[in-house]
Design a protein around this ligand. Structure first.
Ligand SMILES: [Ca+2]
Ligand SMILES: [Ca+2]
Length: 400
């Protein structure tokens, strides 16, 4: 691994010298990425997905990080105080801070690498960003964006065509992250910057957005289960469901959701019922069910749940019947109040039972008896006090 890095540094050094003379674009080495892949092992890829957006106004790259091997590094700079004053950036569309491939005092050329932590991309996810790129020679510099999964890079964007002497424009670029199923991977920006003072590569407003399909289609096209309880089935149940079925059910605004499977029979591995703990297929996949095993009852404390049933083009079975029960979020307070009321009712019932055990005449007798006992005990205490005070008076005072 170290040998690879040394080789690469030698290559970068060579490129630095070549880059000063002619606009040769570097060939990127996958090993660079994988050799630097240990830092984010502790970060949950599902959680970090929502943190990737950065407009750099806070002055930090996080959660992106600089993996540049030398010469040129990513630095967040302010429009008011650019790190390379000879070639100041145009004003960004919003804010004043952005990240720039910044060279040393000698303006040595090189490759700057900006890398995301490993995160889970869902189908349709799209990355967008603003960029400014300039060079003394046409196409002399480049900004590439690649998607890396299992040490394999896939180029999403290459922007050298915007690298001209006269370019002073921030532009927006976007690309779909190419995944068919939720996939863990890394986004990497490669910024190659030459050694002329006019050379510049800068990035701003990185956003990773879910596609319209994943965020909206299930919510609008699905069967919305809005009653507190009920039963839903696969199409045609108990007859065979159709081939190429694609049906979904959506529950939202819940506090908890319970599913009781009355029957379940689908083609194993081909015709599946997927249960997501959230409103879209980008949400956490809780279960991927198929076959003839009837699952146990499920109760999940989740605001929403999406169930998606799909079948392939052959071999259909009876499908499923599921009884659901939803405790809606706004039912929680009334439910707690009801429980408190029940508790009070139980106390009242205990009192009533006591009264039944002591019928009223008997109760009056008991109270009279209690009053008499109280009087007697007062009298006894009174005579005891009198006796004690007599005793005290009769005790001689001993002079010291
Ligand atoms: Ca900004
Ligand atoms: Ca099938």
């Amino acid at each position: 691994m170290r040998a690879t890095l040394i080789c690469w540094l030698l290559l970068a050094s060579l490129l630095a010298n070549v880059g000063a003379r002619s606009p040769v674009l570097p060939k990127f080495d996958v090993d660079i990425i994988t050799s630097l892949d240990s830092e984010d092992a502790k970060v949950d890829p599902k959680l970090v997905r929502t943190l990737l957006d950065n407009n750099f106004e806070s002055g930090t790259l996080s959660p992106w990080y600089d993996e540049s091997p030398g010469y040129v590094n990513w630095r967040v700079e302010n429009l008011a105080s650019p790190s390379e004053a000879n070639s100041t950036a145009p004003k960004p569309a919003t804010g004043s801070q952005y990240v720039r491939a910044t060279r040393n005092a000698d303006l040595a050329s090189g490759l700057a690498i900006l890398r995301s932590p490993t995160f889970t991309a869902s189908p349709g996810d799209r990355v967008s960003f603003d960029f400014w790129i300039r060079s003394k020679r046409p196409e002399g510099n480049n900004l590439e964006l690649v998607w890396v999964v299992d040490r394999t890079e896939q180029q999403l964007v290459s922007l050298s065509q915007f690298s001209t002497l006269s370019n002073y424009e921030w532009r927006t670029q976007s690309a779909v992250i190419p995944v068919d199923v939720p996939t863990e991977g890394v986004l990497v920006f490669y910024g190659y910057c030459g050694s002329n003072y006019e050379d510049a590569v800068a990035i701003d407003n990185i956003f990773v957005e879910s596609s319209t399909y994943t965020t909206q289609a299930p919510a609008s096209d699905c069967i919305v289960l809005s009653a507190s309880f009920g039963t839903f089935t696969s199409p045609n149940y108990p007859s065979s469901y159709p081939e190429n079925a694609n049906v979904c059910w959506l529950i939202t605004g819940a506090y908890s959701i319970t599913l009781q499977f009355n029957n379940f029979e689908t083609e194993t591995g081909k015709d599946t019922l997927k249960i997501y703990l959230g409103p879209t297929i980008s949400s956490e996949l809780f279960a991927d069910l198929s076959g003839s095993y009837i699952p146990n009852q499920i109760t999940k404390y989740t605001e929403s749940m999406l169930l998606v049933f799909t079948s392939d083009s052959a071999n259909s079975y009876a499908g499923f019947s599921i009884t659901y029960q939803i405790v809606f979020d706004n039912q929680q307070r009334p439910l707690l109040q009801l429980l408190l009321l029940l508790q009070q009712l139980l106390l009242i019932q205990l009192l009533i039972q006591l009264l039944i055990q002591f019928p009223v005449p008997k109760l009056r007798h008991t109270l009279q008896l209690y009053a008499k006992l109280q009087r007697n005990s007062k009298l006894q205490r009174g005579s005891q006090i009198q006796r004690n005070s007599k005793l005290q008076r009769n005790t001689p005072v001993v002079a010291v």
